[in-house]
Structure formats: structure tokens, C-alpha cells
Design a protein around this ligand. Structure first.
Ligand code: ATP
Ligand code: MG
Length: 439
């Protein structure tokens, strides 16, 4: 993309409405614009990040054996009357009436709809387990939408739903998702901690929220310092396999031996057994939530399969959410400096920015065009006639992992300056060498 014609409206001033860093930077770098309270339009730069996060989420869901579907945003109220949640959900649900006076709603989540799809199609225990997921916009009429895309009203979620014959099967599905989630967040450069979360009336210990530590987070959390020290996926090559229940059990065991809990689930007695130097408490951002809830929906909605003895059984379910759009903000909270965003390579909108320090200079233009062509769609070319200072500032603000800086002196000598955004390290190299390093 050429910046001179890019739809990337950066802001010099800090927008007054933004209270936290990620929101400020998303507005300043031209990633999103608010269209009404808690509802955002994604502009080219922001959309590229959102798509990258979505891709990583999808790859890890697929790898775990979950199957992608796409359910609609608009749902019939009828299904929610069956589960008993239509009235219970309250004002967070956006209710709509169609021209025939039928009650509809914009889905805040999809347990009812997926259970309906399941009961129409799956007949026998032999077809289990099933894990279905989709990546779809949700609407929740949050009382206090804030912090930009972190707590929006319309937001993109990955939600998966598992169906198993029995509790033991449901536990395996739950662990698969836990492994998939840790891999997902790690690939985005995030250190997520699975914390015991509220299970509501179901009870038990199968509810975990995945929390990214950040001072601006909305959740109060308590955890063992072990989580800061251990790289839980370090022996990934040795392999935790989604197909091996023993691996999954070992992984689950590793993730849950040390204490980590959200405020609602904080167990003061267990906490006090920790030595003072291991106690960590702070704020965190919830980027995912996995939850086992048994036969709650399959019973309420009469979903059964024929069991091994031919008798009907209500399958055991779990649901597994990831806040895809919230993650864009969360990654920025975890990775920025005073100058702007520092994108991890895996989610960056562009691998590199090409900074032409003297647009109009024949040598600079020629070299930049050559680099731009070599990098294909992976580069943002700053071909604007602006001052060098403005280009440096915008490139740092937008946070591309690499900057290729082309000035008249270097261009004449066949050299470019290659800057790594994360470290600030700059080296003068040949264009070929620079392209090689960017990869
Ligand atoms: P919260 O406690 O933050 O309201 P929740 O318990 O309502 O979250 P879930 O229903 O478990 O969230 O949704 C799954 C994921 O969707 C959450 O972990 C979070 O990352 C994301 N999410 C939930 N609400 C919002 C929102 N209003 N804006 C953006 N992302 C959201
Ligand atoms: Mg909520």
C-alpha cells in the first residue's frame, strides 16, 4: 500500500475521549473510528491486524480438531425461550422485531443456536465428540462501553461449542481447548495465564479465564509467580497432542498446579499457603474464557443422541470464547512504547514500512520502488512528499516490525538503513540483505 493514497488517518493530537493507551494508539494510528458508542469501523490498518489475529485463532482451532461453521448474527427469540434465557439475559440483549412482528435478536452468544443445529443433525453417540466454532460479530448492549474495542457493544468473537457423550469426554474437549488457547495467545506474542473463574450454578473447576496482565485491565487477579517464570509451551516440540488424552491431561495438570484465580473465584485459604515472595496480584485483561456446563442446554432444548445401549442421552457441552477484536487492543497494551505501537511480527498489518526520505529524488524513488515491488503486499510505502521527521514519527506510531529507510546518500551508495521497531537497532545494509532479514 502507498501511504500517499492509503486510508490511514493518523492523528497528531491525543484524542480526549480515550482513557487507555491502546485506545489512544488505535485512534492515533488510524486503525479504527467509532461510529456510535461502543461500535467501531475497522480501517485498512486495523482490519489487517484483526484478520491476522483471526487467522491465528482459526489455525489453532482447526489444529485442535474443531470444525468451522458460520452462524448468523440474527437469531429467533424462540430458541432463547426454549432455553429460558430470553427474559433472563436482560438489557444486554439487542431485541429486534421483524415486519411480521416476530421477535428476533442480535446474538450476544450462540449456545442455543448451535444446540439447535446439533439436535437437527447428530443422531448417535458414534458421531461424538463434535466441536463446532465460528468467528462472528456479537452484540451486547454493555452498560458502559469503554476502552475502545476492549469493551465494545459490537465485537468479534471466536466461540466454540463441544458436544460429548459423557463427562470424561467433555473434560478431554475442555483440555483440547485449553491447549489451543495457550498456543493461540503465544503466537500473538502474549503471555496469557489461565485463571480459575466462576462456574456459576454448575460448580466444579472447569471454568478458566485467560488473562493478559496489564495495569489498565478490568479484572483483579491473583496468581503464583511461577506463571512468570515457566514457559509452558517450551517443550512444545516434544509435543502435546490434541489426539492424546494423556498429553492433554499432562498439559492441564501443568497449567493448573499453580494458583491463579480471578477475583470472583479467589480462595484466600489457598492464597495464604503461598509464601509472600510468590504472591502476585494485579490487573488483567480477559482475552478468552472456557467453560464446561454439562447438559444445561441439551436438556432444556431436548437435544439427545442414541447412546451405546440405544437409549437417548443428553450430550455434555462446553463453550469456549476468544475476544478477537478485544485482542487487537490487548496486544497493543502488552506491546508499545512512548512513540507508538510495537507489533509482534505475527499480527503486524505490514511486515515493513519503506520510508522515502526524499520523494522526487530519482535514486531514492527508484530504490524504494524496487523494495516495494520485492515485498509485494507486505510493505507500506511512505511515498508522501512530507518531511523525514513526520515519516519517522508515523512509522514508529504505526509500529511496523521493520523500517526500511531510504535517503539520498544511502541510495547513491546502494544502501538502505534497516530499523527494527522493537529494539530501535539500526544497521546500514544492501537492499538484498535488508530484504533477506525481513524474510
Ligand atoms: P466480560 O467479563 O469481560 O464482560 P464475558 O464473561 O461477558 O466477559 P464471554 O461471554 O466469556 O465474556 O465472552 C468471551 C470473550 O469475548 C471474552 O473473554 C472477551 O475476550 C470477549 N468479550 C466479551 N465481552 C466483550 C465486549 N463487550 N467487547 C469486546 N470483547 C468482549
Ligand atoms: Mg460480559
Amino acid at each position: 500500500m502507498r501511504l500517499s493514497h492509503g486510508f490511514i488517518p493518523t492523528l497528531k493530537e491525543t484524542p480526549a475521549e480515550a482513557q487507555i493507551t491502546s485506545h489512544r494508539l488505535m485512534l492515533r494510528a488510524g486503525l479504527v473510528r467509532q461510529t456510535s458508542a461502543g461500535i467501531y469501523a475497522w480501517l485498512p490498518l486495523g482490519l489487517r491486524v484483526l484478520r491476522n489475529i483471526e487467522r491465528i485463532v482459526r489455525e489453532e482451532q482447526d489444529r485442535s480438531g474443531a470444525q468451522e461453521i458460520l452462524m448468523p448474527t440474527i437469531q429467533p427469540a424462540e430458541l432463547w425461550r426454549e432455553s429460558g434465557r430470553y427474559d433472563g439475559y436482560g438489557k444486554e440483549m439487542l431485541r429486534i422485531t421483524d415486519r411480521h412482528d416476530r421477535d428476533m435478536l442480535y446474538g450476544p452468544t450462540n449456545e442455543e443456536m448451535v444446540t439447535d443445529l446439533f439436535r437437527q443433525s447428530i443422531r448417535s453417540y458414534r458421531e461424538l465428540p463434535q466441536i463446532l466454532y465460528h468467528i462472528q460479530w456479537k452484540f451486547r448492549d454493555e452498560v458502559r462501553p469503554r476502552f475502545g474495542v476492549m469493551r465494545g457493544r459490537e465485537f468479534l468473537m471466536k466461540d466454540a461449542y463441544s458436544f460429548d457423550l459423557d463427562h470424561a469426554g467433555a473434560v478431554v474437549s475442555y483440555r483440547k481447548m485449553m491447549l489451543a488457547y495457550m498456543r493461540t495467545f503465544q503466537r500473538m506474542g502474549l503471555k496469557a495465564i489461565p485463571m480459575e473463574a466462576d462456574t456459576g450454578p454448575i460448580g466444579g473447576d472447569l471454568s478458566h479465564e485467560f488473562i493478559i496482565l496489564a495495569p489498565t485491565g478490568e479484572s483483579q487477579v491473583y496468581y503464583d509467580a511461577a506463571f512468570e517464570e515457566i514457559d509452558y509451551l517450551a517443550n512444545d516440540a516434544g509435543g502435546f497432542s490434541h489426539d492424546q488424552p494423556d498429553d492433554l491431561a499432562r498439559f492441564f495438570q501443568m497449567m493448573t498446579t499453580h494458583y491463579a484465580a480471578t477475583d470472583e473465584k479467589h480462595d484466600v485459604a489457598r492464597w495464604d499457603q503461598l509464601s509472600a515472595d510468590r504472591k502476585r496480584e494485579g490487573r488483567g485483561i480477559e482475552v478468552g474464557h472456557i467453560f464446561y456446563f454439562g447438559t444445561k442446554y441439551t436438556k432444556a432444548m431436548g437435544a439427545t443422541v442414541a447412546g451405546p445401549d440405544g437409549k437417548p442421552v443428553h450430550p455434555e457441552m462446553g463453550s469456549y470464547g476468544i475476544g478477537v477484536s478485544r485482542l487487537v487492543g490487548a496486544v497493543i497494551e502488552a506491546s508499545h512504547d512512548d512513540a507508538g505501537i510495537i507489533w509482534p511480527d505475527s499480527v503486524a498489518p505490514f511486515k515493513a514500512a519503506i520510508l522515502n526520505l526524499k520523494t522526487g529524488d530519482a535514486a531514492c524513488d527508484a530504490l524504494c520502488e524496487r523494495l516495494y515491488a520485492s515485498l509485494g503486499g507486505n510493505a507500506l510505502y511512505d511515498d508522501r512528499p512530507d518531511r523525514a521527521g513526520a515519516k519517522f514519527a508515523d512509522a514508529d506510531l504505526m509500529g511496523h516490525p521493520w523500517q526500511l529507510i531510504v535517503g539520498p546518500r544511502g541510495a547513491a551508495a546502494g544502501k538502505v538503513e534497516l530499523k527494527r521497531r522493537a529494539t530501535g537497532e539500526r544497521v546500514e545494509v544492501t537492499p538484498e540483505e535488508a530484504l533477506g532479514r525481513i524474510g
